[in-house]
Design a protein around this ligand. Structure first.
Ligand SMILES: C[S@@+](CC[C@H](N)C(=O)[O-])C[C@H]1O[C@@H](n2cnc3c(N)ncnc32)[C@H](O)[C@@H]1O
Length: 285
């Protein structure tokens, strides 16, 4: 092979390498002009379609995102969700995106939008990456993927907010819904797990009773047994780590109880007429 031929081949290969490199890297702070995601393009478990800015804003408002939050977007596409959470709320935000080119594209946008100190884009699989430190989880996936993630989500810290664009969680009913003529979004707040038997103690009188709680996701019911007499918990409500209910005392009226749950303990107050006394509960089983 002549020297000229060898040089031409070398130049040709160098050009090819430059072009392919340019496809997946950033040019300074600019998004590479070589790669533009296409709506509907293949994704590992679900294709890429971006949530509109308007709906992202509404969903983050519904989740009450703040600067105290750590938000994860599971399948973060072009990064619109973590970038918005950082820009609007100063929230620490993480996107997990399987497609490396899309992840690079999002990273370039993060730099362009000046939120590099707040947003991390991980190239990875949402079923393998750890997002257990999230306080808000954003998803725009598919119904079956939501259900696959559901057990993991339900094990997150009580009070963690989950928002899902378009797809719900089957029989786990949402706490809040946004519906428009052609779109939808849902919010769930992870409830504390309180099913079982609890000893309930009035800290002033030292009188103890037993509470038994049934729970399906955030919906609860149960009984309180005092002096051997059981009665239903009235208007029982569980939200994150807060439990409230009413019960009847003789013919005098209703006692209102509010408790904060922490693992196998609850602490709070009960109110009757003008009186407020401290109460607590401890798990029996
Ligand atoms: C419908 S798009 C939503 C993008 C973004 N969350 C939004 O709302 O604009 C779903 C994204 O998930 C990504 N994806 C699919 N399967 C994934 C997986 N197993 N792990 C991480 N990302 C995945 C796709 O590449 C796509 O970007």
């Amino acid at each position: 092979m002549t020297l000229i031929k060898k040089s031409l081949i070398y130049i040709f290969i160098s050009c090819l390498l430059l072009i392919s490199h340019g496809c997946s890297t950033l040019e300074g702070n600019k998004i590479s002009s070589e790669y533009k995601p296409v709506r509907g393009q293949f994704g590992k478990d679900v294709m890429w379609i971006a949530t509109t800015q308007e709906l992202v804003d509404k969903m983050l408002d519904m989740a009450k995102v703040s600067d105290k939050d750590v938000l994860y977007d599971l399948g973060s596409g072009d990064g619109i969700v973590p970038i918005t959470a950082a820009k609007r709320f100063n929230a620490q935000s993480v996107g997990i995106e399987f497609n490396p080119k899309l992840a690079d594209y999002a990273r370039a946008k993060v730099i362009q939008e000046n939120v590099k100190n707040k947003v991390t884009i991980i190239t990875g699989d949402i079923f393998k990456e750890d997002f257990s430190n999230a306080t808000v989880v954003f998803m725009y996936l598919l119904p079956e993927l939501n259900l696959e993630l559901r057990p993991k989500l339900l094990n997150m810290k009580p009070g963690t907010r989950i928002v899902s664009h378009y797809f719900d969680m089957s029989d786990w009913y949402p706490d809040q819904i946004i519906k428009t003529s052609n779109d939808a979004a849902y919010l769930w707040v992870i409830p504390a797990k309180i099913a079982g038997k609890w000893e309930f103690l009035n800290l002033e009188t030292k009188k103890s009773s037993v509470i038994e709680v049934d729970q399906i996701f955030q919906k609860i019911g149960g009984t309180i047994t005092m002096d051997g007499v059981a009665q239903p918990l009235l208007s029982p409500q569980l939200s994150a780590d807060q439990l409230s209910f009413l019960y009847q005392v003789s013919s005098l009226g209703l006692v209102g109880v509010t408790l904060k749950i922490k693992d196998n303990q609850m602490q709070g107050v009960q109110r009757f007429l003008e009186q407020e006394v401290s109460v607590e509960a401890r798990r029996l089983k």
